[in-house]
Design a binder for this molecule. Structure first.
Ligand SMILES: Nc1ncnc2c1ncn2[C@@H]1O[C@H](COP(=O)(O)OP(=O)(O)O)[C@@H](O)[C@H]1O
Ligand SMILES: [Mg+2]
Length: 378
């Protein structure tokens, strides 16, 4: 039998989405084909400390940790790290008084981290330095997928339809509030939506209906990032599409968050991950064949606009009055939990979760090989 590929699943992380990341990692570990892959769990705490596989597996729910071999659970808990030095292919022990100094090689790393310090190109940068193949988008796509200003600029450049927006720096806001408020009133109007450029899971996002609530909303967003975006409030259905591939990506059937209770303000963190009954994710989205094809086409265009690789979920607005399709955002490491849209959309498109994971790992190797073709010296 062929040797199993060793997959380092990195999860947890320093972002507010730490718990969701654990759930995503658990779902990945439960679904991955254990006959083909040996999973090495690696956790990052909220403080940014890396935990060795034994300590990392203790963070996982029972079902996922039961999938892991005994030797992982009982392995040396000493400090570990991935070094940005290609001569250490994978995990390195960094405890000086450690008997077991042998590094644990990893064939591929699967970052299952959402939000800053994981989805934003920082971990990807480290893995590039280490020259380890990894699942998902590279540095540029990850960073641009996290920064809503950079993302919108790339989307606009590629001709994708977006809602109206303005953005400014926190320092500009602090220097001259009147100027920023006038700009919003002139270019966007009320009601509007205020967001920090970086982050996710609706953190720091709020609606404003007048000048007073706008000031509050901008102050709040400015606590979370140095760039603030103000968008027109669109009254729209929310649709999503899963993209998979490298240079020739494919798009899944689109899905839709169907809101059963209009009192649900907007799709916040709780709504997306808790089964509150207010929203339901429906695949395929109840739209015409032509609309479904358009969503798939624009999802691929958005993926290519940021130079995506591996996977991304592209989120859309379909306006209720004019039936206009707008791209809202692209997520380079979408939720992979049992209730998440990304795996559900692929499953409904004929690619079950375990096969999807296999494909993602193959794509990681493909991208790494492709990069190797590039001359490194002049
Ligand atoms: N311009 C907008 N108009 C109306 N609703 C919006 C707008 N922007 C965001 N929302 C709502 O807020 C949610 C979160 O915003 P989003 O930009 O997707 O940020 P996040 O990165 O936190 O997911 C969206 O899913 C949607 O429900
Ligand atoms: Mg979103």
């Amino acid at each position: 039998m062929a040797k199993k590929l060793r997959v380092g699943v990195v999860f947890g992380g320093r972002s507010g989405e730490h718990e969701i990341s654990i759930r995503s990692a658990a779902a990945v570990i439960e679904a991955i084909d254990q006959k083909k892959y040996e999973v090495i769990p690696i956790a990052i705490t909220k403080e940014g400390k890396w935990l060795a596989p034994s300590a990392a597996s203790a963070l996982l729910p029972t079902l996922a940790s039961q999938q892991l071999p005994e030797e992982i659970i009982n392995s040396n808990p000493g400090d570990i790290a991935i070094l940005g030095d290609p001569s250490h292919q994978g995990l390195t022990r960094i405890t000086s008084n450690d008997d077991d100094v042998s590094p644990q090689t990893l064939d591929v790393v699967f970052p299952v981290l959402h939000g800053p310090y994981g989805e934003d190109g920082t971990l990807q940068g480290l893995l590039e330095m280490a020259d380890v193949p990894y699942v998902g988008c590279g540095v540029v796509a990850s960073a641009c997928g996290m920064d809503k200003v950079a993302m919108k600029m790339l989307f606009a450049q590629s001709g994708l339809p977006l809602c109206k927006y303005v953005w400014f720096l926190r320092s500009e806001w602090q220097r001259d509030q009147t100027k920023a408020l006038r700009r919003v009133a002139r270019e966007i109007g009320f009601p509007c939506f205020v967001k920090p450029a970086n982050l996710g899971s609706s953190v720091g996002i709020s609606k404003a209906k007048d000048k007073e609530s706008l000031i509050k909303a901008i102050d709040l967003a400015a606590e979370y990032d140095r760039k603030v975006i103000v968008e027109e409030l669109v009254n729209a259905r929310e649709l999503e599409c899963a993209v998979l591939g490298n240079d020739q990506p494919s798009a899944s059937l689109p899905g839709e968050y169907v809101v059963h209770d209009e009192a649900a303000r907007f799709l916040d963190y709780t709504e997306k991950y808790a089964s509150t009954g207010h929203v339901e994710f429906v695949v395929p989205a109840p739209v015409s064949k032509a609309m479904s094809a358009k969503i798939q086409r624009l999802a691929i265009q958005a993926f290519q606009a940021v130079d995506g690789s591996g996977l991304a979920r592209v989120d859309f607005f379909l306006t209720r009055d004019t039936k206009e399709l707008l791209v809202n955002e692209l997520n380079t490491l979408p939720g992979l939990t049992e209730v998440s849209g990304y795996p559900k959309m692929w499953a409904a498109s004929g690619l079950p979760f375990p096969k999807m994971l296999e494909r993602l790992i193959d794509l990681a190797f493909e991208r790494h090989q492709d990069k190797r073709k590039t001359k490194k010296t002049i």
